[in-house]
Design a protein around this ligand. Sequence first.
Ligand SMILES: NC(=O)N[C@@H](CC(=O)O)C(=O)O
Ligand SMILES: [Zn+2]
Ligand SMILES: [Zn+2]
Length: 432
Amino acid sequence: MGTILKNGKLLVNGEIVALDILVAGNKIVKIAPQIEGADYKIVDVSGKLVTPGFIDMHVHLREPGFEAKETIATGTASAARGGFTTVACMPNTRPVIDTPATVELILQKAKEEGSVRVLPMGAISVRELGKELTDMAALKEAGVVALSDDGVGVQSSKMMKDAMHIAVELGLPIVAHCEDDSLIEGGCVHEGVFSEKQGLKGIPSEAETIHIGRDIILAEATGAHYHICHISTADGVRLVRDAKQRGVKVTAEVCPHHLILCDEDIPGDDANYKMNPPLRSQRDRDALVAGLKDGTIDMVVTDHAPHTAEEKQRGMALAPFGIVGLETAFPLMYTKFVKTGAFTLQEVVDRMTKVPADVFNLPYGTIEEGAIADITVIDLETEKEVDPQTFASKGHNTPFTGWKLAGWPVLTMVDGVIAWQADDLNGKGEVH
Ligand SMILES: NC(=O)N[C@@H](CC(=O)O)C(=O)O
Ligand SMILES: [Zn+2]
Ligand SMILES: [Zn+2]
């Protein structure tokens, strides 16, 4: 038994070629113009784009501890609908992912209830409090793919340096939420013309860039692989570009919302535009797009951060930071950057598949014979409005409600198994 994905459009060195894919077990067995076989289940994907399954290295699944916001079941269902076959989950859960027991709990739940592959990240400091390092060797043994205190910055330079030394020994990347607490003071939007005009407390760009600068210096001193979370500032991009040119082992990720929106797009007191780091200036946004284009920024991630409607109704000043992203990421990237000609389809797909796999040394992210069968099928034609009520995520907190987008995933295969499929794969109607 096996499955044939028939007549899909594959990207081969930037060109689109119609090919069949035979999947047996969890592997891609054959890719050819015409594959026949009576024993196989045939899935007709004519006219659809077939890509490697998307990999999102920055997701908040919220379980354990915040199941009202999201669970491993709903978060991975949301991932599958967004075309993601692998997600890395951040450790700011309760308990924090700072012991092997919590890593094991997540891996077990993901196996039982998850729709896609889940790779836990382990905390750098116990309870993410920045006081004491976790037992990183034990966390690695339990299965974490990287170390991060996402949600907060590591305030102490010494702690970051110590963490990097251990990370080098363990061969794990340090994934850093870059934020200097002493420069924040309760800000809720980017500090600049906009925060002043609105009378809101600001978060200055330096709060991020100081950590990026500091950590690049520490990465150079220790030889660690240093990965920057949700980069949002023009100066941050400049620092990364310079560090890469000098051969420092630094990588970076950016979110669709920081590439597409800036502070001036915030309509008023709407916490669906509140996230950390905040939407920055137009100049920052342009620098992020340029940084992604020239490879300074390696990959696109969602920073999927679900919160309840009640929490988000508290308004800009009081609501928690974060927006959901799994179900809109590719349609946003496709509509805003591929359809406009700013990026090629291959560039966007690579930054959501092959590049994160290479950077984090994962055996996924390519479609070729012998590869693990993680595959996403996408309808590039049908335009549909973003409607959070249709999300599989518990979180409906998005600033993109009502946006008309194309590029909606219609089928997601993980490890050779169809994890999710639109009701009407080949129809012209709306995809559900
Ligand atoms: N990005 C956010 O605005 N929020 C994240 C935390 C984080 O990614 O730093 C969350 O956990 O809600
Ligand atoms: Zn963060
Ligand atoms: Zn995050």
